[in-house]
Design a protein around this ligand. Structure first.
Ligand code: BGC
Length: 818
């Protein structure tokens, strides 16, 4: 049964003891201290209150790793595959193991609460942050999110299920009012949160930046107090998304417990003042404090309260690298295979593509972590095959990116007199210091200027472009030449993270020689007059290598492919395509990658394309190549996992958690608000529900994915609400099948989708073996939200229950009467 209840980590008597400890602690606090506890003391933590034995509660992103409180590579983190990849495993137990590993990572870094999982839905394929969410389907999202939360919390670490709710796109995310019809809200967008609250009992939730139906989510009394806490019984803490809380009274009355980040927030002294002014009742503050103390008690930082998971009951130590590799290969979705895969280790392979060498293993924004190592496809295949050639073919990054390969950088901090007061190491040219996250000996008060300084050893000769990202004054010098000395002013951006996510600007080019090291320096005096919402320094030194003639690059790749027995082309999106902070404008692969694939496929009939993106891209050549493997953002071990799968040591285990199709055919695409509002006019029809209604055929349907064996579906039997599907492995290799069950009303109802996912189960079988997938059909699969009664309404009638390999590949059916 996929969606199982696991409340084994909380117990009644323990809960009562913790509640008593919480009340005792609360009783000792005065109003000012209570108000202070509800406000971030810095970017990531709440204040300690030694009088009641409360330690400082530390939070960190999330979701594919645990960054910790410092944004640097000095303290590396395991980087798992992207959330879309985790969802593609369709495996709750694997999600649970991922969560348990992240709890281990969190404890290692002194983190008590992981800012994850993201369970917003893939409403429009243009959503810039889709790589960080799971699926277009609320049920699948709920199942994976449940496993993840259970796993993290089994290690004694809290989660914040986010972003509550309807933060499904990035455009104007701080202000947009998403107009979501009542049924869509319940049946789609709230559904994963509801399932996770019911099945995983999360200790936290994060309320989103956006508004829903006219009310901003950090003040949404109805959705937070009545639905989440009232109807669903959520008893965890509610933290604002970073800088989302805007009003003291509105937030506290809207059920927001903690305003992050600090030190300047709408809580703290402002909250105490609001109570004294009679605008807020002290019991309302107490309720929020209780929720924070409950979290503290659960994670074991409130004296006198037993943590939910005492050290002795924590999961056994997990090998993070091994798990990252396992999840990656279980997530890879083989959408097309003419039979070319698996390749043999003796096959002469031409590996092609910029992302084959510089792997893109994770998406951009707050989800970024710094792994200790990255195994690229080139690394992974070099280790695994006898004869491998490599050609770049096409470079999709036509924009500058934070200085990375070939750079050795550090940050030199100076005071107002120009004296060096400290130095920090930098993993790349991207510098982001928030709150207390500063090099030893440096404070925001003493810090007056920063210099990103170091060396660059080019891999290629030619004209190298250098630039900046961020706001304020910059002096950029490369190899003794000043390329820029000026000021970048704030434009019309409304996103306070613009310096973080904004476009890099080219400031000049220098001709450099391969292997000859040069000095680089980017000086940045801080503008102390700027009113910042929190003490932070964010700017980047950016770089773009020489642009070689694109036709020549493709010709070189074609020549390499012609000489090889098989060509493996890795195509990818870039950080400027998929990231937090903005939506996509199209679904095309950037640069000349489509031309590259066509040219290579014409030269070698055994062309395998590996698509390295976090969410759907268009694959216009897909029927002209021998195989297409979607690798998502595969995490730090992606290259080894790729070798495992391409060479057949393991089969690719993933199934699509989201429909892949072209933008022109996609039924729901809009992410740009009009007059500040984004109307979800499609109601309950997103993802495959919408494709079914529009009648358009996507490139690959929801649930699709091939392994290396074949399956025969022999029978389906339904007894009560239990469906049993017998499948036989008819191929020559052992394999794993994801048996999917879709429910379709026999009498079509235009107000309902034609069919929807009602359950699934993964089964493994040896060649010739028959196994049973047993799936419990949840009552909710038969219900719709009835707006006239504000309740779920069971829809009696006849349904076809279809078991199959994907939404559109049904193999056995049974008619059931509900
Ligand atoms: C993101 C959150 C994240 C937070 C802290 C916000 O901008 O929307 O998902 O947890 O920053 O980094």
């Amino acid at each position: 049964m996929a969606n199982q209840v696991d409340d084994s980590v909380d117990g009644g008597a323990d809960d009562r003891a913790r509640e008593a400890a919480i009340e005792a602690a609360l009783g000792k606090l005065d109003l000012d201290t209570k108000a202070r506890l509800l406000a971030g003391q810095d970017m990531w933590s709440l204040p300690a209150i030694p009088e009641i034995g409360l330690k400082s509660l530390v939070m960190s992103d999330g979701p594919i790793g645990v960054r910790g409180v410092r944004w640097t590579a000095d303290d590396p983190s395991i980087a798992l595959p992207s959330p879309t990849a985790l969802a593609a495993t369709w495996d709750q137990a694997l999600a649970r193991r991922a969560g348990a590993l992240l709890a281990q990572e969190a404890r290692r870094k002194g983190v008590h609460v992981l800012l994850a999982p993201t369970v917003n839905l893939h409403r429009s394929p243009l959503g810039g942050r889709h790589f960080e969410a799971y699926s277009e389907d609320p049920y699948l999202t709920g199942v994976i999110g449940t496993g993840y939360v259970q796993g993290v919390q089994s290690g004694g670490v809290g989660t914040t299920v986010k972003h509550f709710v309807a933060n499904d796109a990035e455009t104007d995310r701080f202000t947009v009012d998403n107009l979501v019809p009542g049924r869509a809200l319940r049946e789609l967008y709230l559904a994963p949160f509801e399932a996770i609250v019911a099945n995983a009992h999360p200790w936290g939730i994060m309320t989103a930046y956006n508004q829903v139906n006219g009310t901003t989510m950090t003040e949404h009394r109805y959705l937070v107090n009545e639905v989440l806490r009232g109807e669903w019984g959520f008893d965890g803490f509610n933290v604002s998304d970073w800088l989302a809380a805007r009003s003291t009274t509105g937030a506290v009355k809207g059920g927001l417990d903690v305003a992050m980040p600090g030190p300047q927030t709408v809580y703290g002294p402002a909250l105490a003042a609001a109570v004294r002014a009679g605008e807020v009742e002290e019991p309302e503050v107490d309720e929020a404090v209780r929720n924070v103390l409950r979290l503290a008690a659960r994670v074991g930082i409130l004296e006198g309260a037993e943590p939910v998971v005492p050290p002795a009951r924590r999961p056994a130590e997990i090998d993070g690298e091994a798990l990252a590799r396992e999840i990656a290969r279980r997530a890879f979705v083989l959408v097309r295979n003419s039979g070319v895969l698996p390749l043999r280790p003796t096959t002469r392979i031409a590996l092609i593509g910029a992302a084959a060498r510089d792997a893109r293993v994770l998406g951009g924004g707050s989800a970024t972590v710094f792994p200790a190592r990255i195994v690229s496809p080139l690394d992974g295949l070099t280790a695994a095959v006898d004869a491998l050639g490599y050609a770049v073919g096409a470079d999709p990054s036509d924009e500058l990116a934070p200085a990375d390969k070939g750079f050795t950088l550090r940050a030199v901090c100076r005071d107002a007199d120009g004296n060096v007061i400290g130095e920090g190491s930098l993993p790349s040219g991207q510098l982001q210091w928030m709150g207390a996250d500063l090099p030893a000996g440096v404070t925001h008060e003493t810090l007056h200027s920063i210099e990103i300084k170091g060396t660059f050893t080019p891999r290629e000769s030619g004209d190298h472009a250098f630039g900046t990202r961020g706001l304020g004054a910059f002096t950029l010098t490369v190899d003794g030449t000043v390329l820029y000395d000026g000021v970048q002013a704030m434009g019309s951006e409304t996103d306070p993270f613009e310096a973080f996510f904004g476009a890099p600007l080219e400031r000049g080019r220098v001709h450099l020689t391969e292997g000859r090291t040069v000095e680089v320096s980017l000086q940045h005096p801080l503008d102390k007059s700027l009113a910042m919402p929190l003490p932070a320094v964010i700017f980047s030194l950016t770089h773009l290598g020489p642009r070689r003639d694109e036709d020549t690059l493709i010709a070189e790749a074609v020549a390499a492919a012609r000489d090889a027995e098989a060509a493996v082309v890795v195509v990818a999106t870039t950080e400027r395509v998929e990231s937090e902070g903005f939506d996509r404008t199209d679904l095309r692969l950037p640069g000349r990658q489509d031309d590259l694939v066509r040219a290579v496929a014409a030269a070698n009939p055994n062309t395998v394309v590996v698509v390295n993106s976090g969410s759907p891209v268009e694959l216009p050549w897909r029927d002209d190549v021998a195989a297409v493997l979607l690798s998502w953002f595969p995490g730090q071990e992606g290259g080894d996992a790729l070798a495992d799968v391409l060479l057949g040591a393991e089969e690719p285990g993933g199934r699509l958690p989201t429909t892949w199709g072209s933008l022109t055919d996609a039924p729901v695409t809009g992410t740009t608000p009009a007059d500040g509002r984004l109307a979800y006019t499609e109601d309950v029809f997103i993802g495959y529900r919408a494709w079914d209604r529009s009648g358009a055929t996507p490139a690959y349907p929801f649930g699709h994915g091939l392994g290396y064996t074949d399956w025969a579906y022999e029978s389906i039997d339904v007894t009560g609400t239990t469906a049993t599907v017998r499948v036989r492995n008819t191929g020559a290799r052992p394999g794993r099948e994801v048996v999917q069950l879709y429910l379709a009303p026999i009498e079509p109802d235009p107000a309902r989708p034609a069919r929807w996912l009602a359950g699934f189960a993964g089964v493994s079988a040896a060649p010739g073996e028959t196994v049973e997938a047993v799936v419990e059909l949840p009552r909710r699969a038969f219900e719709i939200w009835d707006e006239s009664t504000d309740s779920w309404a069971y829809q009696e009638g006849s349904y076809e229950l279809i078991a199959g390999r994907s939404l559109t590949d049904g193999r056995v059916t049974e008619t059931i009467v509900a």
